[in-house]
Design a binder for this molecule. Structure first.
Ligand code: T5A
Length: 210
């Protein structure tokens, strides 16, 4: 479906906030949702992996400790993404609701491709095929030194299997986000500062969609 559906009215926008562990994605999608609501926009926050009962059950499996190969992880994250896109996001957009997503395909490319060593070209292709089911209007990457991000997470203290990976893994992931963003022309936003300062930076990227 295109931007405007003559019968259902204006289509909602699909915004993805990306970045490594603890950079502030969850904090920021909630803050952006509040700003959009204040601007009179209906919006919903979703997360990957997750979003409906099937995808939330898959999230438990993927964030759990069972051994798996990197290619299996690529396919599993994309299976849950397809569920979220078709069962949750597309219907919301069709009714004019905006969707703010905590993570998307760049997470698979950064974590499973650059981080865990799945073949990059293959991983990008699988992700591209999945995303084609319902492409985002904008993706934005929050960039923060993994050491600072780890301090934020330590203060919170509930790490999952990916968060427990060593600093070298998180450095690879952070560099991967910068590299992939540069390749795809995706905006990278500095995630140092107060939450309100970061929301202002993100708003400059998101508000042109209004
Ligand atoms: N994954 C996911 C893959 O490997 N491949 C994939 O394809 C996908 C989709 C998901 C995991 O799955 C992996 C990656 C992940 O490991 P998750 O819990 O959804 O896990 O994602 P996380 O990134 O781990 O979520 P976090 O909650 O750890 O990080 P956020 O959302 O970036 O950060 P947030 O907002 O929760 O903030 C973290 C802490 O910092 C504080 C917050 O209050 C919180 O305590 N904070 C700040 N402190 C100081 N200054 C600021 N500006 C702050 N902003 C937030």
């Amino acid at each position: 479906m295109n931007d405007v559906d003559g019968q259902a009215g204006v289509r909602g926008r699909y915004v993805i906030v990306e970045g490594g562990e603890g950079v502030g994605k969850t904090t920021q999608v909630v803050a952006l949702a509040q700003r959009l609501s204040e601007a009179g926009i209906d919006c919903e926050v979703v997360r990957e992996p997750g979003g409906d009962p099937f995808a939330e059950a898959g999230r438990e499996l993927l964030l759990g400790e069972l051994e798996r190969t990197a290619p299996a992880e690529v396919l599993a994250f994309n299976a849950l993404r397809a569920q979220l896109l078709i069962a949750v996001i597309e219907p919301l957009l069709a009714t004019g609701t905006w969707v703010l997503s905590d993570r998307g395909r760049l997470s698979t490319i950064a974590y499973q491709g650059h981080g865990a060593g799945a073949d990059l070209a293959w991983t990008r292709e699988i992700c591209a095929m999945t995303v084609a089911l319902c492409p985002p209007d904008v993706e934005v990457v929050l960039d923060l030194d993994p050491v600072v991000a780890a301090e934020r997470r330590t203060m919170r203290g509930d790490d999952d299997r990916f968060e427990r990976m060593d600093l070298a893994f998180h450095q690879r992931v952070a560099e991967a986000y910068r590299a992939e963003a540069a390749l795809a022309g995706i905006e990278v936003v500095d995630a140092e500062g107060t939450p309100a300062e970061i929301t202002d930076r993100l708003w400059r990227v998101v508000s042109p969609l209004l």
